[in-house]
Design a protein around this ligand. Sequence first.
Ligand SMILES: [Zn+2]
Ligand SMILES: [Zn+2]
Length: 179
Amino acid sequence: MVIDLKELKEGEGQFTKQVGPEKLDLSYPDYEFDQPVDVRLQVRFTENQYIIRGSVATTARTRCVRCAENFVTAIDEPINWVVQLIADRKILAEEEATEDYWFIEKDAYSLEIGDRLREILLVNAQANPLCATDCRGLCAQCGKNLNEGDCDCVREETDSRWGPLKELLEKHDDPQKKI
Ligand SMILES: [Zn+2]
Ligand SMILES: [Zn+2]
């Protein structure tokens, strides 16, 4: 995905685009990206810099790590970039660049942003997805989804701090299990 800079040199402009997820090559284990990606940016040119602010948003299907139900998760991430123009490509200071601050040649006509957008979306996808922050998960004894109601098993109250360890142990017992 490319921002055309020619028209923006004089000041300020909007960059709004909707693209299919395949255009950004979005793929991540256990995530299915099947909805368009909305990119909304405001680009301002000032003193040899492009100041780019806005957001990138889409939705993805994934599976809850606690209750194993499929659900749709919304990803909506802010963008805050500064792109510095420099005169000579030879002095491109790559080591000073970060994910939010980088350099292009002074006479560049366009700005490629696809890789950066993909990175933002996929970094967001890495968090262990929960269908809801208070998802009750599955009963360890009968496997019932406790979000749908209590089961009849007698449950001793377990310390919730052991939850993550329990998940790890379950994964250890069954390496095929996807979390
Ligand atoms: Zn859940
Ligand atoms: Zn049960």
